[in-house]
Design a binder for this molecule. Structure first.
Ligand SMILES: [Zn+2]
Length: 450
């Protein structure tokens, strides 16, 4: 057989296969909605998104892109269609219980963590429209197992990028299974290598101002040698200074307790860092909504009764959580929060002006901060309290976190060839961002989950 004939025949075979594929309904078409693709340009009205298998096949409009016959059509008329959300800071090992000591002791080393608690958190995140999340701190074996089970399709949840245990100077008593102490540079390298071998996606560094500089340097160098980004807490000034000095990739939390703003030397260091294009963006996840909204929640606790956070949570654990948050105004954890709230706007705007790329992340799972609603609340706080425009906010929950994890070729936007991680919500989210509290359609890797 000559080459031309062979090519022709295989083309015909391929065409036949494709036709059969389409006829069997393997193409899904989202038709009619207003598309926000994640790239930041104007939205595309009356859009058509074609999905084949796990991936996006084509993007157009009802005028430019015909829907193949046999496609499964999902009408998105009157809806905003956007990339599946990312939450850049979740803790699936927590479900909003207010007493960490009790939680860690009761569930921290229990098989229920990987069998019940983390799967419930993951399912709740997915139904809230979160199709990707960074899990920044959890017992190692449990979180790797849950991530892998989600990836194999055995559990419903977002694609997880996991840190496993926090690396810090010394674990707080009773938290040794998810906080690893560091004792010297060699130990730092060994622990990072152990995490890399276990398959984590990211390294979580905290309390680095209590470490030696050699230890901080060793952690970041060893992580980067294994292509693992490093996220670091930014609560205290020296955590930020050391993180910048040794090139961490992303800071977490707005930090600095009740101080009115970041000290000038830190702003200068940040500006020097963000001037270096070749290092890529400096990322920062401020996690402001849980702080900003505490007083409102204390005085209007009806959201604590939302059944959404109870989905898949066994009755005894649900009762345990409910009992712990019966008096939301009496939790020691939050007593300083009203003093922090008036400082949040200034700090947020200082970071924006310093040129860091802010990410939407929520610390989901900490007291009264439920996986079922944390992400839209953070976005709502950015838009309606911090004055961020909705498109920038959406990109901070889609495009940019994918860039931070270096997976933007596959995730974070709606364009040809990307994984079909797509959500749709009735109404105009560019005008009313809080519509995201009722996500109507969730598609992950081409499969409709809501
Ligand atoms: Zn956290």
């Amino acid at each position: 057989m000559n080459m031309h004939l062979r090519t022709l025949l295989s083309c015909v075979a391929l065409l036949g296969a494709l036709t059969a594929h389409a006829a069997s309904g393997a193409v899904t078409a989202l038709v009619g909605g207003r598309l926000i693709d994640g790239f930041g340009g104007p939205p595309l009205d009356r859009s058509v998104v074609l999905i084949e298998g796990e991936r996006i096949k084509a993007v157009g409009t009802v005028d430019s892109l015909p829907v193949p016959s046999g496609a499964k059509v999902i009408s998105t008329a009157g809806m905003s269609v956007l990339p599946g959300l990312w939450d850049a800071h979740v803790h699936t090992y927590l479900l909003g219980h207010s007493n960490y000591t009790h939680w860690d002791k009761t569930y921290g080393s229990s098989p229920r963590l990987a069998k019940e608690i983390m799967p419930a958190a993951a399912h709740q995140l997915l139904l809230a429209g979160v199709t990707s999340a960074r899990d920044l701190g959890a017992p190692l074996e449990a979180i790797v197992e849950v991530r892998d089970r989600i990836n194999r399709g055995e559990l419903l949840g977002p694609t997880l990028y996991v840190a496993g245990p926090f690396l810090q100077h010394a674990p707080y008593p009773g938290t040794e299974n998810f906080r690893w102490g560091i004792n010297g540079a060699a130990d730092a390298r060994a622990k990072v290598r152990k995490l890399a071998a276990a398959g984590v996606n990211i390294i979580k560094l905290i309390d680095q101002d209590q470490m030696t500089e050699e230890e901080v340097k060793a952690i970041v160098e060893e992580a980067h040698a294994h292509n693992l980004p490093v996220v670091a807490h930014a609560h205290r000034p020296n955590e930020i200074r050391l993180g910048l000095k040794y090139n961490v990739d992303c800071f977490e939390h707005i930090g600095l307790a009740t101080a009115p703003g970041y000290p000038q030397d830190i702003l200068d260091l940040l500006a020097e860092r963000t001037a270096k294009m070749s290092l890529g963006p400096m990322f920062w996840t401020p996690t402001v909504s849980v702080l900003y909204n505490y007083e409102y929640l204390r005085d209007n606790p009806m959201q604590l009764d939302d059944p959404a956070w109870q989905l898949d949570v066994p009755a005894d654990i649900r009762a345990d959580i409910q009992g712990s948050i019966r008096h939301p105004g009496q939790l020691g954890y939050f007593q300083i929060t009203p003093l922090r709230r008036p400082t949040l706007e200034t700090k947020f705007h200082q970071l924006q002006r310093a040129g860091v790329v802010l990410l939407v992340g929520t610390d989901s799972g900490i007291p009264m901060n439920f996986h079922s609603s944390s992400t839209w609340r953070e976005m709502d706080t950015w838009v309606n309290k911090m004055g961020v425009d909705p498109m920038t906010t959406i990109r901070a929950a889609t495009y940019w976190p994918a860039v931070q994890m270096k997976v933007e070729k596959d995730y974070g936007s709606i364009s040809e060839g990307k994984y079909a991680d797509i959500i749709a919500v009735n109404g105009d989210v560019l005008r009313y961002i809080d519509l995201l509290q009722h996500v109507d359609v969730v598609i992950k890797h081409g499969v409709q989950r809501k």
